[in-house]
Design a protein around this ligand. Sequence first.
Ligand SMILES: *Cc1c(COP(=O)(O)O)cnc(C)c1O
Length: 364
Amino acid sequence: MSTTKRAYNFNAGPSALPLEVLEKAQKELINYNHTGMSIMEMSHRSKDYDEVHNEAIRRLKKIFSIPENYEVLFLQGGASLQFTMVPMNFLKENQTASYILTGSWSEKAFKEAKLFGNVVEAASTKDNEYRNIPNIEDIQFNASDAYVHLTSNNTIYGTQWREFPNTGDVPLVADMSSDIMCRPIDVSQFGIIYAGAQKNLGPSGVTVVIIRKDLIEKANTEIPTMLKYKTHADKNSLYNTPPTFGIYMLGEVLRWVEDQGGLEAIEKRNEEKAKLIYEVIDESNGFYKGHAEPNSRSLMNITFRLADEELEKQFLAEAKEAGFVGLNGHRSVGGCRASTYNAVPVEACQALREFMINFQKKHQ
Ligand SMILES: *Cc1c(COP(=O)(O)O)cnc(C)c1O
């Protein structure tokens, strides 16, 4: 065990990684599997790397119960490049794609898709300052749509979908960057799931794409090679040099998820963690004001405000002093945010809970 003091890390992304994973990576850093070199220094065509790569794919499929008719890809360019790749591959002329707007990231995805063709709003909760997820029955789309796009967890506003719309034959595309694998879900509801790894899965630099195989075959063909899903699917994400160290780390995080008891256990722990903090907000008599409506609250990003900016500044300053990191809200909305991703330990949430209770006692 390491004796290094670890921060109470509530960063929104990149964010906390499991200590066990970091320690294993440290141990293997300069001599991976008796090769006399680091994973970073070996060919992406070598046998050792090949095992790491395929093991990560295999683990992801197993833990997330991904059906046989889906491909798992490791791409680069972050979730942000998926905002481009999705419409570039799937939006055809004379077709429309529908976007459900629930926060800044879905707005960005929507804006990017406009560059490629016809897009429409399927629903939006902007008028309510993105405090909620729309009712499923209020979502409008057409049977002829190329796809319907949603953001499963709104990192900045702190809301999360509980159940997903049934879009029938229209592929449902989900940006799951900030809540992928925080709980078990039925992958078969989706045509495409994508996520930057740096919140729940590993370090930044690798983007996971889970895509139904039949869609890959139907994609537009007159687009750049590197931006075609088919290019990467045909070569098992080894068309060009992949982010090898990031994929190795992702594989180790997946191993850790397995060791924790898989996604049922992870979900239970996440619920316990989030409850520790939401409870303080709810029992504070308005000292802490949650941004999200209770039935749309995120398990991953807990957003709240205090009476005024002065008090928020004080809160953040004292929190920093006490060893908490990353509690400031996103620069676009202000306030406070605790990101309680999979790797954030229960003890860190317990410590934050106590800090919040004591801060209120001192300042109300
Ligand atoms: C962080 C985040 C992104 C941006 O991811 P990059 O990998 O930085 O491009 C997109 N969508 C959501 C929901 C996010 O949380």
